[in-house]
Design a protein around this ligand. Structure first.
Ligand SMILES: [Zn+2]
Length: 281
């Protein structure tokens, strides 16, 4: 099973992998650069060599990169869209060098232009980006809570965007249990939810799961993460999700409000559920 947390690469990629291994992770997520904007860190050859060795020795990954929050591919302002497109194209190359399999992006906000125009701009931006996506890598649209003028708050919309893109073979979906719950999908009944999902989108497009409990109730449209079992989804809800066959092969990433030790505890708890269910030894 692939489970890990969102790690810092402040001290380099190999240090992030080391820290992930120390809390018994088999995958992780990192930001491609400062999430609130800013320049990308230089890639050090020694760090890449150390990382590659750790990945091979420990059979680590596949792992996930997350684009900065400042990217908005459906903004009304052309320069903001342009900045987003260029940043992602640059990050494709950087993440290929680093060895990431998935790059997660947010759909952005239409900022008052309306969902229809937002979708059009999103498709236009994706059509320019996707030809640059390296082999062995996928660009994933994250499903959002649907706050304000945010795009990507429904499965139907994400599927519509994927359908309209010229070539979507490199495009996929990242689910977030907290975002889904806030958007009104009752993930506590995961089997029902997965059935519903399969009717709306191509389930093979779902590549990564962000695992977060939700501070606010079902359909609140508010994206506030809680630790696993301590929010509205709860322990029983997470067992429904984590023991379901649908998620068994995808990277599961904790973005809960924790430090390394806290994520270590969550991973231990989840591994125990899998052991009890006979999913792992
Ligand atoms: Zn995200």
């Amino acid at each position: 099973m692939l489970i890990g947390a969102h790690m810092s690469i402040g001290k380099g990629l190999s240090k992030a992998i080391e820290a992930a291994l120390n809390i018994h992770s088999t995958t992780m997520q990192i930001f491609t650069r400062n999430p609130r904007g800013g320049k990308a860190k230089k890639i050090e050859i020694k760090d890449m060599e150390d990382s590659r060795r750790l990945i091979i020795e420990n059979n680590f990954g596949p792992w996930v990169a997350h684009a900065p929050y400042t990217i908005n591919l459906c903004s009304a302002k052309p320069d903001i869209r342009e900045f987003g497109i260029n940043t992602i194209i640059e990050d494709f190359t950087r993440m290929k060098t680093m060895g990431a399999r998935f790059l997660v992006i947010h759909s952005g906000s239409h900022g008052g232009q309306g969902q229809v125009r937002g979708e059009e701009l999103m498709v236009e931006s994706l059509n320019r980006l996707l030809p640059h996506c390296p082999d062995n890598m996928f660009l994933l649209i994250e499903l959002m809570a649907g706050q304000g003028t945010e795009l990507g708050g429904s499965l139907e919309q994400v599927q519509r965007i994927m359908d309209k893109v010229e070539d979507n073979k490199k495009l996929g979906v990242c689910l977030d249990t907290c975002h889904l719950f806030a958007a009104g999908y009752d993930v506590r009944r995961w089997d029902n939810f997965w059935h519903e999902l399969s009717n709306m989108i191509d389930k093979n497009k779902v590549k990564v799961l962000h695992l977060n409990d939700s501070k606010f109730p079902l359909g609140s449209k508010k994206d506030r993460h809680s630790s696993i079992g301590q929010g509205e989804i709860g322990v029983e809800g997470f067992k429904e999700i984590l023991l379901h066959p649908s998620i068994q092969n995808m990277p599961i990433i904790l973005e809960t409000p924790n430090d390394l030790a806290g994520w270590g505890e969550e991973i231990k708890m989840i591994r125990n559920w899998w052991k009890e269910a006979g999913i792992i030894d």
